[in-house]
Design a protein around this ligand. Structure first.
Ligand code: DX5
Ligand code: ZN
Length: 219
């Protein structure tokens, strides 16, 4: 059983204090930092680019789990790698050659993730599971924090968990969107081992991020 890790999404952080917020998350026990990159085209929102990621790199030594919600994505992979991403997660619909984009990330010696939106089928990535380090299952339609968890995606988590066991693959299963203290248990039971959370971590228990990270980790 893989260790449960928490990847807080800085989309819910104070954007005027991102460096200090990242430091605060590391001190509060975050395992990695989930950085939501949005281009206003693949998703209807616009967040940060490589220069901001580069500026944030010096505030923490823990992994930057960079979720690229941009398309076309291939030509930007190197920029985010150079800016300090440790995990680079892309959406299959955002590249015209998923294998080529996966190889590009591996060439740059970064961990490669592939993300499925709630309506995206496992078939899009099923032939690539042996090549990737992480599958990011979206439990909301990407673009905004604070949305409602879509429990139907747990089916995909269960199937991936079974494939991972049967084929002895080693990819992490990360779930992202609307995660709270109740559905986090369901996600872990289904087989997710990395939980992304923005709203629950930053807003619950009067913003006690250390307590919220611990509560999410507990089974
Ligand atoms: C949504 C992002 C998620 C989101 C999670 O497009 O990919 O990472 O920020 O935030 P919450 O936990 O508030 O749903
Ligand atoms: Zn995300």
């Amino acid at each position: 059983m893989k260790k449960i890790q928490i990847s807080p999404s800085i989309l819910s952080a104070d954007f005027s204090q991102l460096g200090n917020e990242i430091k605060r998350l590391e001190e509060a026990g975050a395992d990695m930092i989930h950085v939501d990159v949005m281009d206003g085209h693949f998703v209807p929102n616009l967040t940060i680019g490589p220069p901001v990621l580069k500026a944030l790199r010096k505030y923490s030594s823990i992994m930057f789990d960079v979720h690229l919600m941009i398309s076309p994505v291939h030509q930007f992979i190197e920029d985010y790698s150079n800016a300090g991403a440790d995990i680079i997660t892309i959406h299959p619909e955002a590249t015209n050659d998923l294998k080529k984009s996966i190889l590009k990330i591996k060439e740059l010696k970064k961990r490669v993730g592939v993300s499925l939106n709630p309506d995206s089928k496992l078939d899009l990535i099923i032939n690539h599971l042996s090549e990737i380090d992480l599958v990011l299952i979206m439990s909301v339609n990407p673009g905004f924090g604070g949305q409602k968890f879509m429990p139907e995606v747990l089916e995909k988590v269960k199937i991936l968990n079974n494939i991972q066991k049967d084929k002895k693959f080693n990819f992490d299963i990360e779930i992202d969107g609307g995660i709270n203290f109740e559905n986090s248990k369901l996600a872990i039971e289904a087989g997710a081992n990395i939980l992304v959370s923005g709203t629950t971590i930053f807003k619950s228990n009067n913003g006690d991020i250390k307590k919220n990270i611990e509560l999410l980790k507990s089974k």
